[in-house]
Design a protein around this ligand. Structure first.
Ligand code: 5AD
Ligand code: SF4
Length: 437
């Protein structure tokens, strides 16, 4: 029996797919390169914006063809989309050739669910998540160099545009001993980089019985031998403490990069978004980070066209982007999500205005990214070499500590090691270089 997984959305989903693959392989399944040879297809879905959902529906429509040719072909859907009742209702009524809907919290039951749906001919749903955090699940790592380690699940922040708290549930922190044991095992297996994952890593530990916070977690992981680099996503500005800045500064393995979504440069809009910080507070935080950690790279997420956003609010965003000079930014058009407070707001923005604002924002950020990358030409950067470059097999590929992608000329033996790379060229999306010594 062979399986194929399609993953949509964030890093947490990418990691969840590593767990889905691990569970299926433990049950005897093998990976399939093509859809044609697969017996089971799993879609691990995302619903953060409308176009994420549109892609999933497109894929489901394509799968109908495979189902018609082979009735034993099994289609299973998990991830954030199936945590929305209206999506479950739609799939059940309109897409009856889908076999299984399951909560990712029930991933360990997936092999049983596949068996079951082969016996009975109706959609098998396992959506009520078991409330315990699943520990010790098999993980099929997609890299042997860097690993993803969830530290919290869910989100308590209820930003008014965001569907995540409704689909991923309330924030739960994993126990520090479980995280530390997992990182230790990964270090023993040879992983060099650890990426800690959570919707808001800065609030890690708030619901634990014994006090243990995120800066403390970083310090403990920093002591684990074998690990060379520590990264974390995502940080919420409202919970970024002075202790965290100090821990980042003092822990030599914690990389000089922070992804700190600002969402808007207008304090008025930030308030409507329920973000709990102002433009001034954000600038102050960034200054603290830049003072403590020279050369830190700062990346962000920005939404344009949130309900009620005026041209003046948008100009505040452009102005903030110029003030901070982000290394790069993910920029999004506001997308109305069913069940969120912002979807009920009356002053929704015209699609044309949203598109035009996105274009202006992207042009500005691209010029800043390009200039900042260009400043690195001529410098030597420490790169963790992950493999051959995707676009050019003659080159190797890896990231700087500041999380910039570098494609460079060097011997293949460098894969899996730290290498010094001289930067010779810069583009918006990557740097080009050559290994030194
Ligand atoms: N519309 C557009 N962008 C959104 N994001 C979250 N919800 C929405 C939405 N409804 C963006 C935010 C968040 C990132 C992961 O996705 O910028 O930080
Ligand atoms: Fe969504 Fe806000 Fe939670 Fe991020 S912090 S997942 S944007 S609700």
């Amino acid at each position: 029996m062979k399986y194929k997984i399609f993953t949509y959305g964030c890093q947490m989903n990418i990691h969840d797919s590593e767990v889905i693959a691990g569970v299926l392989e433990k049950a005897g399944y093998e990976p399939s390169e093509t859809l044609k040879d697969a017996d089971v297809v799993v879609l691990n879905t995302c619903c953060i914006r409308e176009n994420a959902e549109r892609k999933v529906y497109g894929r489901i429509a394509q799968l109908k063809y495979f189902k018609q040719r082979n009735p034993n072909f099994t289609i299973a859907i998990s991830g954030c989309m199936v945590q929305q009742p209206h999506v479950v209702e739609y799939i059940s009524k309109k897409l009856p050739y889908v076999d299984i809907l399951f909560s990712i919290k029930n991933v360990n039951k997936l092999p049983e669910l596949i068996e079951e749906c082969r016996r009975i001919d109706s959609i098998t749903a396992a959506l009520a998540g078991n409330s315990d955090l699943a520990e010790n699940l098999e993980v099929k790592h997609t890299s042997s160099i860097k690993a993803w380690v969830p530290i919290t699940y869910g989100c308590n922040n209820y930003c008014t545009y965001c569907v995540v708290p409704y689909v991923r549930g309330r924030e739960v922190s994993r126990l520090p001993e479980d995280i530390l044991r997992e990182v230790k095992t990964l270090a023993d297996e040879g992983f060099m980089e650890i990426n800690l994952l959570g919707q808001n890593v800065n609030s890690y530990g708030k619901n634990l019985d014994k006090p243990f916070d995120f800066p403390e977690l970083l310090r403990r992981i920093n002591e684990i031998e074998g690990i060379e680099r520590i990264r974390f996503i995502t940080s919420h500005p409202k919970d970024l403490s002075d202790e965290l800045v100090l821990a980042m500064k003092e822990c030599e393995k914690v990389c000089e990069h922070i992804h700190l979504p600002v969402q808007s440069g207008s304090s008025r809009i930030l308030k409507k978004m329920n973000r709990h910080y102002s433009r001034e507070h954000y600038i102050e935080l960034v200054n603290k980070l830049k003072d403590a950690i020279p050369n830190i790279s700062i990346t962000t997420d920005i939404i344009v066209g949130f309900p009620g956003e005026t041209e003046e609010d948008f100009l505040d965003t452009l102005d903030l982007v110029k003030t901070i000079e982000f290394d790069s930014a993910f920029t999004f058009i506001y997308s109305k999500r069913i069940g969120t407070p912002a979807a009920q707001m009356e002053d929704q923005i015209d699609d044309e205005i949203k598109k035009e604002r996105l274009k202006r924002l992207m042009e500005l950020q691209d010029s800043i990214t390009k200039r900042k990358n260009n400043e690195l030409v001529g410098t030597v950067q420490e790169v963790l070499v992950e493999g051959e470059s995707k676009n050019d097999a003659q080159k190797l590929s890896g990231r700087t500590r500041t999380n910039k992608l570098v494609n460079f000329v060097g011997p293949k033996e460098l894969i899996g090691h730290l290498a010094d790379v001289k930067i010779t060229e810069s583009h918006t999306w990557c740097l080009i270089g050559e290994a030194v010594n």
